[in-house]
Structures are given as structure tokens and as C-alpha cells.
Design a protein around this ligand. Structure first.
Ligand SMILES: Cc1ncc(COP(=O)(O)O)c(C=O)c1O
Length: 400
């Protein structure tokens, strides 16, 4: 079978077809096994072919899949309760993806501005180097020109600032700001963490100027950092949280959750045909129950420490690794070699990794990965690095 067919070429893809997966392994159409450290880009939190997810899909599909948002469904009510009971928030809007969650969050911010300050209070502050999605609203608040340049004009009323630079945001904050948007740990931008002090100061500024603090936890949320929500690591509670990816463990679902202050949307303000349907909510409920009540999140910190210690040893062995960064299972390996070439070498050696920013390799294992699987990952990475370091030293010898 051709890998391409008539699929629109919007992605730089590897030339492979995967048609089976178990845990953190994927199998291509020729039956070759790959260690998957991409996890559908931080989505497959329970790994591939999770029996928990399969059971939830099967049981719910036999009851009712979709009914529309003209009516309530039990699963959406229970999922809302679960999310709120695990956070400091009280209201949830469901959608189907990360970028849609961002659109909803932006609308919450804008509506808050209108309610509190009238037409002029419409500015959304966002961070340089951030990534929030591909639809025009989310793209407008994404701090990377390369994603925006061919789609101008974008949405107005946005202002970018440098993350972790307090003076910059203090300069740009005023009474016309309705919301400040931040990924507590930038994923696509290179696994860059905001400092707890910065987040606290931004929160204080939001209170001073009556603006909402919105966290994009689409990549860093749902257990990935070792707590269900990333904000729980920083002790700074945002007014609004956008989530998706791991929320359905591979089944499409996104959500925006607000506290009382930010719960401003009213009937007719926003909607989504598929958002929060019984099937998506059944899967998400099963995923969250497994992550939280099944003890998976509780085990992440220790496994992450183990993983990072091993990666630290690789850093000592290979000088082209400049930093091991990130939190929980959102791990970055910064390198001073071409990371695209590194990820291609990994692919050849049957380990799948993602890149982030210009110089980072992203490792996003399923959250239930075992210690012996981590050992396998480290062994495969070591082999790739060994090969690369030989190539580098041969190039140096031959004076290239
Ligand atoms: C932090 C963040 N926000 C938003 C998005 C967009 O999510 P989606 O691709 O589901 O639209 C992503 C996707 O990678 C992301 O990492």
C-alpha cells in the first residue's frame, strides 16, 4: 500500500504505516516493532490498546453514542464532576480537540472583558514561543511567526510577551487586558517551564487589572507532569484551564474548565455539535478514573526521576546533549546537533521520538510505562547516540 494516497500533505511524516499498538509499542504494516515515545503527541496516556479504553468504548457504543447538546447526558455530568472534584474549578465546556479548547478559552476571556470593562477590555496577552493550535483564534495567540505567516490577517487584540520576564509583562499589562494566556510548560516550543514565581506574579497582575489567567494544559495537563493538572505543581490556580490530548487517551475530546469568576458564558454564547457526547465522555471518565484512582499519576514522579537519572547518564556520556529538562513524563533532551536528523536516526533504530523547538528531542511516554520499558528506551537511545557520536568524531577527524 502507498503511504501517501491522496491525503493532503500538511504534515512532514515518516514513510511508515502503523496498524497495531500495544502499551508503548507500535507495529508497522510489515510487523516491525517500534518503541513509541511520541504517544500520539502526549495523547495515549494509557498506552496503545488499553483494555480500559476498549471496554469503555464497547460498553458505551452499545448504549448511546451521540445525542446533541439540546439534552443532558449522564457521562458528561459525571465527567464534569470528576474534573471539578480534582481541581479548584466549577464549570466545564466540552469540545473535541486542543485548538477548539483554546477557541473556547479565548471566548471566555473576551466575554469576561466585555462584562467587566466594556468594548475596550479586549486584549489577550500571550507568551513568545508558545503553541496553542492551528485554528485562526488559537493561531493568533501562538507566539511563533512560522505558523502564522501565511495566514495573515489574524485575530487582533493580542499582545505577546517574553515568558519568565516580569518587566515585559508589567510594561504591557493595563486595564484593557481581559486575559493572560500561558502554557505552564511550553511543549511544542521546546519544553520550557514557567517559573512558579513568574506564574504567581502574573496571577497577581491579573488580579490587579481584573483579567483572567488562562493556562493551556493541552499538552502538559492530564497527569503528564505527575499531577492531574500542571498548575498543581506550581501552586498557582488559573481561572481557566484548556485541556485535550490525554483527556481521552486517544479518543478525541477537549475541554475548558473555569472557576466561578470566569464562568461567564451563557446559553447561545458557544457550542460544538460533538462536544461532550456520551461516548467521548465515557472514555474520558474511564481514562481519568484509571489515572487518578488506579494510582498511575501517583507513580509518575518516581518513574520520571528514574528515567531522568538514566538520561542524565547519557548526557554525561555524549557531549552533544546539553540539557535534560521537563517535568514528569514531559521530558526534553536539548542537543547541539540537528534534532530532525536525530529523530530520523531514532526511527531507523525503531524508537519514535518527537522534536520540540529548534534543538530539543521530546520524550512523551505513556503514563503507565514500566521501569523495564524505560530501560529499553534508554538502551535504544544509547545505541542511536553512540552511532551519532562516532559519525561526529569521524567528521571531526576528516576535518569536515
Ligand atoms: C499546548 C498546546 N495547545 C494546543 C494544541 C492544539 O491541540 P490540537 O492539535 O488538539 O488542536 C497543542 C497541540 O500540540 C498543544 O501542544
Amino acid at each position: 500500500m502507498s503511504t501517501k494516497g491522496n491525503i493532503m500533505e500538511t504534515y512532514g511524516r515518516f514513510n511508515v504505516i502503523f496498524d497495531k499498538g500495544i502499551g508503548c509499542k507500535l507495529y508497522d504494516s510489515n510487523g516491525r516493532e517500534y518503541m513509541d515515545m511520541v504517544s500520539g503527541v502526549a495523547v495515549n496516556c494509557l498506552g496503545h490498546s488499553s483494555p480500559v479504553i476498549a471496554k469503555a468504548i464497547e460498553e458505551q457504543a452499545k448504549k448511546v453514542i451521540h445525542i446533541s447538546n439540546y439534552f443532558y447526558n449522564t457521562n458528561a455530568i459525571e465527567l464534569t464532576e470528576k474534573l471539578c472534584s480534582q481541581s479548584d474549578h466549577e464549570a466545564v465546556f466540552f469540545c473535541n480537540s486542543g485548538t477548539e479548547a483554546m477557541e473556547a478559552a479565548i471566548k471566555v476571556g473576551r466575554k469576561y472583558g466585555k462584562v467587566k470593562g466594556g468594548e475596550a477590555k479586549d486584549t489577550i496577552i500571550h507568551m513568545e514561543n508558545s503553541f496553542h493550535g492551528r485554528t485562526i483564534g488559537a493561531l493568533s495567540v501562538t507566539g511563533q511567526y512560522k505558523y502564522q505567516k501565511d495566514y495573515m490577517p489574524l485575530m487582533g487584540g493580542v499582545q505577546s510577551v517574553k515568558m519568565n520576564d516580569l518587566e515585559d509583562i508589567k510594561d504591557k499589562m493595563n486595564e484593557n487586558v481581559c486575559a493572560v494566556l500561558i502554557e505552564p510548560i511550553q511543549g511544542e516550543g521546546g519544553i520550557n517551564s514557567a517559573s512558579a514565581e513568574y506564574l504567581q506574579c502574573v496571577k497577581d497582575l491579573c488580579e490587579e487589572y481584573d483579567a483572567l489567567l488562562i493556562f493551556d494544559e493541552i499538552q502538559c495537563g492530564i497527569g503528564r507532569t505527575g499531577s492531574l493538572f500542571a498548575y498543581q505543581n506550581f501552586n498557582v490556580i488559573p481561572d481557566v484551564i484548556a485541556m485535550a490530548k490525554g483527556l481521552g487517551g486517544g479518543f478525541p475530546i477537549g475541554a475548558v474548565m473555569t472557576n466561578e469568576r470566569a464562568n461567564v458564558l451563557q446559553p447561545g454564547d458557544h457550542g460544538s455539535t460533538f462536544g461532550g457526547n456520551p461516548l467521548a465522555c465515557a472514555v474520558s471518565l474511564a481514562v481519568l478514573t484509571e489515572l487518578v484512582d488506579g494510582g498511575i499519576i501517583a507513580g509518575i514522579e518516581e518513574k520520571s526521576r528514574y528515567f531522568k537519572a538514566k538520561l542524565g547518564k547519557l548526557k554525561s556520556k555524549y557531549s552533544f546533549i546539553t540539557e535534560v529538562k521537563g517535568m514528569g513524563f514531559l521530558i526534553g533532551l536539548a542537543m547541539d546537533i540537528d534534532v530532525k536528523a536525530f529523530s530520523s536516526k531514532c526511527f531507523e533504530n525503531k524508537i519514535l521520538v518527537a522534536t520540540a523547538g529548534k534543538d530539543v528531542i521530546r520524550l512523551l511516554p505513556p503514563l503507565n510505562i514500566t521501569l523495564s520499558e524505560i530501560d529499553e528506551v534508554v538502551k535504544l537511545l544509547d545505541e542511536v547516540m553512540e552511532e551519532i557520536s562516532k559519525e561526529v568524531s569521524e567528521e571531526t577527524k576528516s576535518g569536515m
